[in-house]
Design a protein around this ligand. Structure first.
Ligand code: NAI
Length: 285
């Protein structure tokens, strides 16, 4: 069984919006970090994002140049799964259970018998993922928030079969990463995504009803103290990802009307207007 001080290598799978941020956090915390993506372009984009974030910190005088160099030196890009040998695997790939399960099972076959597998899923059941993996006790949720290099909170999610040791280890690892872990039970959307659903859904309903336009709604909520208005936030998260989370909660809560997915967002997803990552969403970028 590993202790937190035994963790030296972390594999982050998926170099998209979340994976790149998580890899940055991991490398900045001193871990040798392997960032894996099947798509070479996504891998390069992820790296560019990380370098850009670090350069911004250097330019603002928040980080010495040498620290940036050291962080990048701890980061290895890989598009061959065989290179994902690690003490802890954190997956941030597509939000599809069969793909996540298949990744974990393939990685389990090439890793040690004490490697821990954490999923960054927003809305899938950790219990259900674990149930289909050969070693359910070593599977848990580690739910970062976007942008991962800036947001403090990480929900550490125990599935029904997650061992107390796995949960404790990921809690301690989250602290080593300089983040704030909060233990949550496995339930649809955990806590933050479940409660936040109404921030997005009510905002879309209000706009559709003609009560205010998109930018006025965002400005109002920001003036009320929220860091980001709901539309700007949906664009940052990615409308595809945000929409998929709503659908997942809607189904999990037996189509309760309070979780009914927003038609405005469905239309954007259908047009491929996914937000910042595609240059167009509720706003143009
Ligand atoms: P994304 O679409 O930006 O990136 C996903 C990446 O995974 C892509 O680069 C894709 O090429 C790669 N990928 C897909 N299948 C793969 C496989 N089998 N092996 C290796 N790489 C693969 O997605 P995003 O937004 O980063 O989301 C990833 C996960 O994080 C999802 O589970 C999502 O629910 C969760 N999440 C997303 C948040 C957000 O704000 N976008 C916040 C918190 C969690």
């Amino acid at each position: 069984m590993q202790a937190v001080q035994d963790i030296k290598v972390i594999a982050v799978c998926g170099a998209g919006t979340m994976g790149a941020g998580i890899a940055q956090v991991s490398a900045a915390a001193g871990f040798h970090t392997r960032l894996f993506d099947l798509d070479e372009k996504a891998l390069q984009q992820g790296y560019t994002q990380i370098r850009g974030n670090l350069q911004k910190a250097v330019d603002k005088g928040k980080m010495p140049q040498q620290q940036m160099t050291d962080i990048l030196a701890r980061l290895t890009l890989c598009n061959d799964m065989a290179e994902c040998k690690a003490n802890v695997v954190i997956e941030a790939i597509v939000e599809k259970i069969d793909v996540k399960v298949s990744l974990f099972n393939q990685l389990a076959a090439i890793n040690q018998t004490d490697t821990i597998f954490a999923s960054n899923t927003s809305s899938l059941s950790v219990t259900e993922i674990a149930r289909q993996v050969a070693h359910p006790g070593r599977v848990a949720g580690m739910h970062f928030f976007n942008p991962a290099h800036l947001m403090q909170l990480v929900e550490v999610v125990s599935g029904e079969q997650t061992t107390p040791h796995t949960a404790r280890l990921l809690y301690a690892l989250t602290m080593e990463m300089g983040k704030t872990p909060v233990r949550v039970k496995d339930s649809p959307g955990f806590i933050v995504n479940r409660v936040a659903r109404h921030y997005y859904l009510e905002a879309m309903e209000a706009v559709e009803a003609g009560n205010a336009d998109i930018s006025a709604t965002d400005r109002l909520l920001e003036a009320a103290g929220f860091r980001m208005g709901p539309f700007a936030l949906m664009d940052l998260i990615g409308n595809d990802v945000n929409y998929a989370v709503t659908v997942s909660l809607y189904e999990a809560f037996e189509r309760a009307p309070r979780f009914k997915p927003g038609a405005m967002q469905a239309a954007l997803v259908a047009k491929g207007e996914l937000g910042r990552k595609t240059g167009k969403g509720f706003y143009n970028y």
